[in-house]
Every structure is written in C-alpha cells, then in structure tokens.
Design a protein. Sequence first.
Length: 458
Amino acid sequence: MDRIPLWRGVLRETLTKSCLSGMRFGIIPSLDPFGGGVYQYTVTMLRALHEWSTNRCEDRFIIFSASVAHTFLSTLNGTCWETQLIRRSFGRRTLDAMFRMLGEGPHRDVLRWLNRRFLTDQSNPQPQNSPPDPDTVRSRPHLRRSLEHNKIDLMLYPYPTEMSFEIGIPYVMAVHDLQHRLQPEFPEVSANGEWGRREYLFRNGCRHATLLLADSEVGKEDILHFYGEYGVTPDMVKILPYLPACYLRVNVSASERFRVRAAYGLPEKYLFYPAQFWPHKNHARIIQAVGSLKREYNFQIPIVLCGTYTGAVRERTFHEVMSLSAQLGLKRDIRHLGYVPDEDMSALYAGAVALSMPTFFGPTNIPVLEAWALGCPVITSDIRGIREHVAGAALLVNPRSVESIAEGIYRLWTDEKLRATLTDAGYHRLSEYGPEDFRRRLIEIIEDAKMRVRSKTR
C-alpha cells in the first residue's frame, strides 16, 4: 500500500481545519415560482453563493426546504452545500397539494379558512384577523432547537419572514419594500389586519437583524426613516440591487418568437405586462388607456397579461379587470395567459412592442430589468424610487392618470425611433450592474455579517 506523501497529508489537514473553522449558514428559501420576484431573487442569491463557494470550503450552506426534491436544489451540489427537509404536518401537506391541484377560483377561500382554522400555530393563538402586538416578539423554540442541532451560526433570509427574529439566531434579511407604511390605502398591505401583521414583521425583522438588504438607496432611506427609531443604523442596511431573472435567454431567435406567439395565439404586436393581479399593479388604468386610444384613434392594441390571481384581493381585482375589458369592448384584445413557464418568458418580452408597467409600488421592479435584458422598451411610473431606478431608460407616466398612460402607450406604439432609443438606454442601464457585481456585493455583505457575529460571540 502506497504511503501518502507528507505534503498531501499536511494539505488535507490544513483544508480540514479551514473547513471546520468556517461558519455554518442556514437558508430558508422561497422556491415557489408563483412567488414572482421573491422567487427570482432567491434563485439569484443561491446561484451567486454557489458559484462563490465552488472553489472554497471555509463556510457551509445548509438549505432548509419543504421538499429536497425541488429541481433547482439539485443544482446546488458540492461539499459546501446540503439540503435538509423541514417536516410539515400531514394537514399542511394535504392543504398545499389541494391548492396546487385545484388552481384558481372562489373555492380557495374555503382552503384559506381551513388553514387559519386548523393549521395555524396553536402555541401562539391570535383572534381572527387580529394582528400581533408589534412590540411583543413571539418565539419558536422548536425551530430554534432544530437549527441549533445543526450548529447554525447565521441565517440568510432572501425574503422578510417572522422566523428571522422569532427563532433568535443571528440573521441577514432582505426587505423588498415597506409599502404598508408608504401607501396603506392599498388593501393588499392593510386590509383585514394585514397592516398590523406587516408592522410586526418589519419592525422586529429590522431591529433584531445583524444586517438588512435593500434593493436601492431609496429602499435604504425607507428602512431608516421608518425603523431608525427602533435602533436600525445606516451601517446595518446594505444595498444589493436586483438582477433580471437568471432563466432568461438574452438572444431569442425569430423561430422561438414564432413558436411562443403561435402557442398562445398572440398577434405580432402587443403590449406585455407580467404581474399578479394586485390593485397596486394598476391593470385597470392600462385597460382604460387602451380603451380611450381605441375610441379616439381606432387603434386596436392587444395587451398580453400573465400572472396568478389567487387570494381574495387578487381574485376580486382579476374579475374587475376582465369585466372592465368587456364593458370597453376590449374583451378580444386582452389576453390573460395565467402562469407562464420560465422557458416562454424570454420570447414574450422580446416579441412585445413595450412592457407597460404603471405600478404604484417600487423602488425596483424586476420586470423592468427583464425587459431591458430582452430589448423591450419600458413604460413605467413617474414616482419616487422607480424614477431613480430607471434613470432615463424608460418612458415615465403618471400612474394615477389614464390620460398620461394612454399618451405613453400612444408614443411607443407609433414611434419606432423612440422605441429604439429606449431599448439602447435599457441595455446601457443594465450594463452598469451585472452578475459579477451582484456576487461581489453579496459576498462583501456575508463577510461583514460574519465579522459582526464573531465579534458578539467573543
């Protein structure tokens, strides 16, 4: 039997010590494609961490997931990565399966009632629609014990969750927006106790965090404005701008565009808007704007919509939008595709005359980034946050004005030169920040968090 050379033994011992001296990161991802931007952000973050860790073993990343068989998780291989199953109750698994199988419709209200009635955490009961006290943190000792059993040093949350502060392990958490504070008039952030639930989440999630992630300077300003009084300091908030979804294919062939257009029965020219049917997405004013252009100029402007409408608020909004389309004589012009698989999204963007997104929420919206990547001109809202983000690479309109939205659509629909100018501006804007920049910033944030955790444990 050959002896192992001395230098190899020393090297192996050094590497082993290095691995053992690293930190153990726990990650609870959002891997439901119906989650929209949060899902895309999660995947982008995990990919960046995986690429960084490929040639190193100092740290270890443990993903806690409800399904270890998820397709994306199988790509996160290597000695630094592992996935552990989060056990859920039989009732929880059954209800989730029913949600997936039954699809959209009013029956989902019954499923939501069953969830509230039988599957909520009975160790922390709350009256119906009664939000928790934002200054009284509940605890999840069973989850804490599970994570401590895995010797987790630091948690990473790509989305805001009560688990972050209720578990009590140091964490880095992303805060994507604080719209319940900025625009509480929208029911999706305020109705039926939602404002109080969000305030409990964000007030405690921010003040107990090791570090927070914001998408932009405006996002950072909002965090400090609303939660600075609770101990959040500027050095705690790190800016990590979004990227377009990593599944997009930048070069879309003519044959691929034709395939997707034929598969969905789409015309050659259309406006595109991929967004779930929340009121703040402003679908109704787009419909009204297209209706006014049809009356005034006899323009027929098809609009292609995709996105889910589960939940009481979204279901109501969807039916209102479809009813409005019929009233304005646009029923044949409005195409709702439902949930669209990732492989078709690139061609839908590339084939569109423009992305029409006069949303009320920001600061950053991932569809704008995706449109830039696919050479699709953008119409979006002239409001704080979005205005700074697009920096001249979009046609800005007043989201509260049907006339302003109609004027923006008219200009892009009729002016090929303007479309080309905005396309070039979008490419340039996107070139200022890419995957390498995202990965570098993320790693700098991780290293900062590690130092902060270690300094507190000495």
